[in-house]
Design a protein around this ligand. Structure first.
Ligand code: CTP
Length: 390
């Protein structure tokens, strides 16, 4: 059984940790809780102990009770350590190796995956000192679950609310996932491409990049070295992923070619524009009283090129179809020499560009498998696991 340590520091948000502990136990995990002394003012150790069936640790000198150096034995058995909520004070201590109570001592003694979920006033969060501490911890491989934005306990509005219990749980579960892609290189494309008409106008599409970014994060969580070639999107670059921003299909093609030889897996989730304006006007086009037309030329089909040039690489393509979906997608699968193709149904409820869920059919050489609606995060793991199998 895997063991998770949940460290709790003093924040009003500590009540959410009760739900987190309960949810982790429901996942069949062994959960140990360490509170700072001040956190016990918000939620009592008894409340956690009743759930975990273990003693809730608060003081380092508890070890006197059973002659075992508890912070070391706990640290050794942990598979993942999450501090949620983490105050600015605790983050500062952890970033500087200060070990003065059970939580900070055990954190320093742990060499398992570590996660921190900050919760504090916006100004404290945005303070460069806190940000520097966070960056330092990230540099040493600690993962962060970003705080949410909203009304804070102090009455201010802004970033600093502890992330949702679902996000915290997902962060723990993804850390526990087997590192099936350790030592592997994965190239992912995401988002739309933007084809310039003149200095202010372009042709593009509705792709949000959410699925591609979720894939990049998932591949990273599975231990891969990930390169993400992204068209213009408004999503934060995933932590620990080599993200290369491009605009046009031609730029995406160049970047993909640069990395193709060295990677083991490619997932082409970008919605690449099939055409671009033949001539890009150097000045803004002025209107006249007449209608106008723009001559378009074909962009290279990146996926097709990869299918034709692959050596060791396993390639996953995407297809967005609005009619004869399975028939068209199967043609694409074979026509572009894919190993896996993810068929997106634009009209299905819970599917498509902007949302956080997707409904897809996975097409392989052997068969098609329609999957139930799931989050783009969850689907990313399903896609990557499938790609490793085919
Ligand atoms: N793709 C690509 N290069 C292009 C167009 C698409 O690499 N110029 C890739 C996409 O990233 C996706 C797959 O091809 O993985 C399918 O894209 P889609 O637009 O659905 O298919 P097309 O081949 O463009 O065919 P059509 O637009 O006729 O459906």
């Amino acid at each position: 059984m895997k063991t998770v340590i949940v460290g709790i520091s003093s924040s009003v948000a500590a009540f959410k940790s009760v739900q987190l502990v309960s949810d982790l136990l429901k996942e069949g995990l062994d959960v140990e809780v360490i509170e700072t002394k001040n956190a016990t003012e918000f939620v009592t150790p008894l409340q956690f102990s009743s759930l975990t069936k273990h003693k809730t640790y608060v003081n380092t000198f508890d070890r006197v009770e059973n002659y075992d150096v508890e912070h070391i034995s706990l640290a050794k058995k942990a598979d993942v350590f999450i501090v949620a909520p983490a105050t600015a004070n605790v983050i500062a201590k952890l970033a500087n190796g200060i070990a003065e109570d059970m939580l900070t001592t055990t954190f320093l003694a742990c060499d398992c995956e570590k996660i921190i979920a900050p919760a504090m006033n916006t100004k404290m969060y945005e303070n460069p000192i806190t940000q520097e501490n966070i960056e330092k911890l990230k540099k040493y491989g600690v993962k962060f679950v970003e705080p949410a934005t909203g009304l804070l306990a102090c009455g201010d509005e802004g970033k600093g609310k502890l992330a949702s219990v679902d996000d915290l749980k997902e962060a723990v579960l993804s850390s526990l996932r087997e590192k099936k892609l350790a030592g592997r290189k994965v190239l992912i494309t995401a988002g739309p491409t933007m084809e310039a008409i003149d200095p202010v106008r372009f042709i593009s599409n509705h792709s949000s990049g959410k699925q591609g970014y979720a894939l990049a994060k998932a591949a990273k969580n599975l231990g891969a070295e990930v390169t993400l070639v992204s068209g213009p999107v408004s999503i934060k670059e995933p932590y620990g992923v080599n993200t290369i921003k491009v605009k046009s299909a031609l730029e995406m093609f160049e970047e993909v070619k640069k990395h193709f030889d060295e990677v083991d897996y490619v997932v082409m989730s970008a919605a690449v524009a099939d055409y671009r304006p033949k001539n890009v006007a150097s000045q803004k086009l002025k209107k006249s009283d007449d209608d106008m037309s723009i001559e378009l030329v074909r962009n290279p089909d990146i996926l097709k090129y990869l299918g034709e040039h692959k050596t060791k690489q396993k390639i996953c393509g995407f297809a967005m179809e609005t009619e004869n979906q399975l028939e068209n997608a199967t043609k694409k699968f074979f026509g572009k020499n894919c190993d896996l193709l993810v068929l997106n149904d634009l009209f299905e409820k819970g599917a498509g560009f902007k949302g956080d869920t997707n409904v897809v059919t996975l097409i392989t050489k052997e068969n098609n498998e329609k999957l139930e609606m799931m989050s783009k995060e969850e689907l990313s793991y399903v896609i990557l696991n499938k790609l490793m199998e085919v």
